[in-house]
Design a protein around this ligand. Structure first.
Ligand code: NDP
Length: 616
């Protein structure tokens, strides 16, 4: 199963000046701690090209009035997996609803040139064995991932009754009928016995609150709404209509890292406005070896997924099947064999800190090897602890900055403003014909704003009201006062979703959600919701496990505060996020086994159940 590693970041033997690097990390962090750095514009309507669907022609249809057993809001991999597991459990009455023009979620919207998943395809694409598909490359590109989502929808008959280009506008619980009423922007009214909300954690494009953002007169769009009519080309590149254009791109996260090489190749001039450099380790993509694929035995995918998860969880002495930049970094930071014997927490922390600094030096050394210009090189160098930001992996991004038409603009302290003609940084205006927002997705804004609708539970209580002081759930999936509602692992947490391979978390989620719903249907359960006790206990479990409250942990609050600001630490203020709004910390496999045992016990522990005869 294992393959030789060709792509680990080379581990250096350079000596590390720990104090100097610590001081540099702190200095770079404070440069970026500008007030209001995480702000977003009030409405996406302020900037065209950020909310419309450029990928599917408008769908025309009359409003739907319907009763269904299960409504699934969101047809990305989460919704598709819930649907697939429900079908496997024999549920027939299912309706998928999504604001996109097709299934796919993230992979429907994000079709920018170079869009690709940097988590290995053999573990990322779900249900490979059921679908009978082997990805073409170690890292799948957007068209293949999107097509795989469509294949799942076809195989499990999920297009039947699906409502696309349909935004849910409201959802309310009717105690009399024990049904949810779902309203949409198409005038639909759907009564659903059970609802699964799988909206995705990163679904609302983020437009930063930069002064003057709506005044720009040139062309503009967000990367998740890529305008190929304007740029020419496809996700494979060939942006021929940009050859005489000056293009600006704001952002240097995982999305920008993938599309900048194409923009650099095809645009007349390219200005990359970078606030924080990403860490760029080796990607090492390659075609799938057919002889390897032919010898795979049934169950191989689950085994590979769990192997990756074990390495991410820092399990020592685990054979590494995937062998890539992710596993390399995790092994270097958390699987040092000496950690098994050192018990003193300060010694342990010092060991991990040193490994982190060495990894940082290797990342910075790679930049020096590839980038020619000394100033550009220095601006591209990331100075922060490795997991303070989402790591990136790419083999063409850095060399793009050697092109004479590509200009890196250091906006560490922020962008001054956007004008009718371009972008101003440090008092200098950069004129551009087109401005691309690679600024990501909203994190930490109110739940209803990101979902696009409010959920009214028992007695009209909204989910936002219920969670105003902190999230409370059972297993991160159900919450008291909102019967028959299961929500996906999202930003609000309390589920083990933060495990790099998001589709693994979604698979475990879908399996559990489908179990609760299909068993409720079979057993004539009219409503389920967590008991107050079970919910309180789960909140306490999340808080007790929280590494940020543990002085011996490298993820404690002090460490998070020392991180460069990003959406991972609430833009430098992690103390403002309630401790309970966290994922289940530790080994995700432990969490999945809690769910597995809960299902195996068969008693729906912690859920208040009402059956047909009781509710009459
Ligand atoms: P990110 O949120 O990761 O990055 C946004 C970028 O915009 C950052 O560089 C950020 O700077 C910058 N930015 C935001 N606001 C401002 C501002 N006011 N002024 C200047 N710069 C600003 O978004 P992405 O679209 O890159 O990624 C979105 C998500 O999708 C991430 O979770 C990412 O990991 C994931 N993804 C995964 C991929 C995969 O291969 N699996 C591929 C692509 C994306 P700063 O860093 O300073 O905040």
């Amino acid at each position: 199963m294992a393959r030789p590693s060709a792509e680990s970041t080379r581990e250096s033997n350079v000596s590390i000046d720990v104090d100097a690097l610590r001081a540099r990390y702190a200095r770079e962090r404070s440069r970026r701690m500008s007030a209001g750095r995480g702000g977003t514009v009030e409405s996406l309507d302020e900037v065209p090209g950020t909310s419309q669907d450029p990928h599917t022609a408008p769908i025309v249809r009359p409003p739907v009035r319907d009763v269904t057993d299960v409504a699934i809001v969101g047809a990305g991999f989460g919704g598709l997996l819930v649907g697939a597991h429900l079908r496997k459990a024999g549920v027939t009455s299912i309706r998928l609803i999504d604001k996109a023009g097709d299934v796919g979620g993230t992979w429907y919207w994000n079709r920018y040139p170079g869009a690709q998943c940097d988590v290995e395809s053999y573990i990322y694409l779900p249900l490979l064995e059921e679908i009978g598909y082997i990805p073409k490359e170690k890292y799948s590109r957007q068209p293949e991932i999107f097509a795989h989502g469509q294949a799942i929808a076809r195989q499990f008959d999920l297009y039947e009754g699906a409502l696309f280009q349909t935004q849910v506008t409201g959802m309310r619980w009717n105690a009399d009928s024990s049904r949810w009423t779902i309203e949409t922007d198409r005038g639909d009214e759907i009564l659903a016995r059970f609802v699964c909300m799988v909206n995705g954690p990163l679904n609302r494009p983020k437009l930063p609150a930069i002064d003057g953002i709506s005044t720009f007169k040139g062309h503009r769009f967000h990367t998740s709404r890529w305008d190929y009519d304007y740029t020419g080309g496809t996700t494979e590149g060939g942006l021929s209509r940009l050859s005489d254009k000056s293009v600006g791109i704001i952002g240097s996260g995982a999305t920008a890292v993938q599309c900048v090489p194409h923009l650099g190749r095809d645009a007349g001039e390219l200005y990359v406005f970078q606030r924080t450099p990403s860490t760029i380790a080796v990607r090492g993509n390659r075609p799938t070896d057919s002889s390897w694929a032919e010898q795979l035995q049934p169950g191989w995918q689950k085994q590979r997924i769990e192997n990756f998860c074990a390495i991410m969880a820092g399990e020592p002495n685990t054979e590494d099947f995937v062998q890539d930049g992710w596993t390399d970094a995790f092994k270097r930071l958390s699987a040092d064999p000496r950690l098994a014997t050192i018990t003193d927490s300060n010694e342990r922390l010092a060991l991990v800190e040193l490994a982190d600094l060495k990894l940082g030096e290797d990342i910075r050394a790679r930049i020096a090897e590839i980038v020619g210009d000394a100033t550009v090189r220095e601006t591209l160098r990331p100075y922060y602890w490795y997991f303070c930001k989402r790591p990136c992996f790419h083999d063409e991004f850095l060399s793009t900055f050697n092109r004479p038409n590509v200009h890196l603009v250091d906006a560490a302290e922020g962008i001054d403003r956007i004008t009718e003609d371009g972008v101003v940084v440090d008092g200098r205006q950069y004129k551009v014909d087109c401005l691309i927002f690679a600024t990501g997705f909203e994190v930490g804004t109110p739940y209803a704003r990101r979902a696009g609708y409010e959920v009214l539970g028992v007695d009209g209580l909204t989910l936002s009201e219920k969670w105003a002081d902190g999230v409370s759930t059972l297993h991160g999936m159900t919450t008291r006062g909102f019967p028959n509602l299961i929500f996906s692992p999202g930003q609000e947490g309390q589920f083990a979703w933060f495990a790099v391979n998001v589709t693994h978390a979604l698979t475990e989620f879908a399996n559990h959600a489908a179990h609760i719903i299909s068993e409720s249907l079979r057993d004539n359960v009219t409503s389920f919701e967590p008991t107050e006790l079970a919910e309180d206990e789960w909140v306490q479990t999340i808080i007790a496990r929280s590494p940020r409250l543990n002085p011996g942990s490298r993820s404690n609050l002090e460490f998070q505060k020392s991180c460069t600001p990003s959406y991972l630490n609430n833009d430098g203020h992690p103390e403002n996020v309630p401790a309970q709004n966290a994922p289940f910390a530790g080994n995700p496999m432990e969490f999945y086994s809690i769910l597995r045992e809960w299902r195996a016990n068969g008693d729906f522990a912690g859920l208040d159940l009402r059956r047909e005869q009781e509710s009459e």
